[in-house]
Design a protein around this ligand. Structure first.
Ligand code: HEM
Ligand code: HEM
Length: 177
């Protein structure tokens, strides 16, 4: 393979893959609890975990920029991918913070991280907590829609286009860092 462009140069870094799949699983768990049902204590702890991991993920992304898309990807697809990913990052911050704000209102319910330690409430007036409530539901639905779009795009690349885009984010194989 001397002279060939190393495959790993076109892949996401180990860290990016770790953050992507950990956060993806946690977001799916929270969408399920929010929309279908389950423990709200788990929902809150998982949501705060997503917020902390997203902060780490953004720092990691700045230090380890994603691999450039191959030239075969059309202009509209680049644009769609860029804006979907930007919106994801925004929602990964707004959604947990709005949830956190919502439970930091006047009528405080217990808030802890899987029963291990308490999570402090946000020092905000009740009106801001109310706004958090107003924001959390529509933004949660937007997140669900975006995840469906994103999974559809990944499956299209994997099974219809077969252009190797989806495997850039799959664990396994050789890659940098
Ligand atoms: C990845 C992060 C999160 C996602 C994807 C998410 C998603 C959702 C969704 C889809 C709902 C249902 C909305 C509805 O139909 O009313 C919901 C409800 C709720 N979420 Fe989250 N959430 C996240 C983080 C949080 C956090 C960090 C907290 C609090 C610390 C929180 C507290 C709540 C509460 C209390 C409800 C119930 C609201 C109600 O019954 O009116 N969420 N969440
Ligand atoms: C459920 C929550 C998910 C969220 C919030 C999410 C979020 C993201 C974000 C923000 C990126 C851009 C990474 C960057 O450039 O920094 C990304 C990339 C990617 N995601 Fe997801 N993702 C989720 C689930 C999934 C699932 C279930 C699949 C597979 C079916 C998937 C496949 C991919 C692939 C293949 C890429 C790389 C795209 C490329 O090479 O440009 N994601 N995801």
């Amino acid at each position: 393979m001397l002279g060939a462009r190393p495959f790993h140069a076109q892949r996401y870094s180990r860290g990016a893959i770790f953050f992507h799949w950990t956060i993806a699983v946690l977001v799916l768990v929270n969408l399920w609890i929010g929309l279908v049902g389950g423990s709200m204590g788990v929902h809150k702890a998982v949501g705060i975990t997503v917020l902390v991991l997203t902060a780490g993920r953004i720092v990691w992304r700045i230090a380890n920029p994603p691999p450039p898309l191959p030239a075969t990807v059309a202009g509209w697809e680049r644009l769609a991918a860029t804006w979907t990913h930007r919106l994801f990052y925004l929602l990964l911050i707004v959604l947990p913070i709005s949830g956190w704000a919502m439970v930091s209102g006047a009528q405080r319910r217990p808030l802890d991280w899987f029963g291990l330690f308490p999570i402090p409430y946000l020092p905000i007036p009740p009106a801001v907590a109310g706004a958090g409530h107003e924001v959390h539901e529509p933004v949660g639905l937007l997140m669900a829609g975006l995840v469906a779009l994103h999974i559809g795009a990944a499956l299209r690349h994997q099974f219809l286009l077969r252009d190797g885009i989806a495997s850039r984010m799959l664990p396994g194989g050789q890659r940098g860092r």
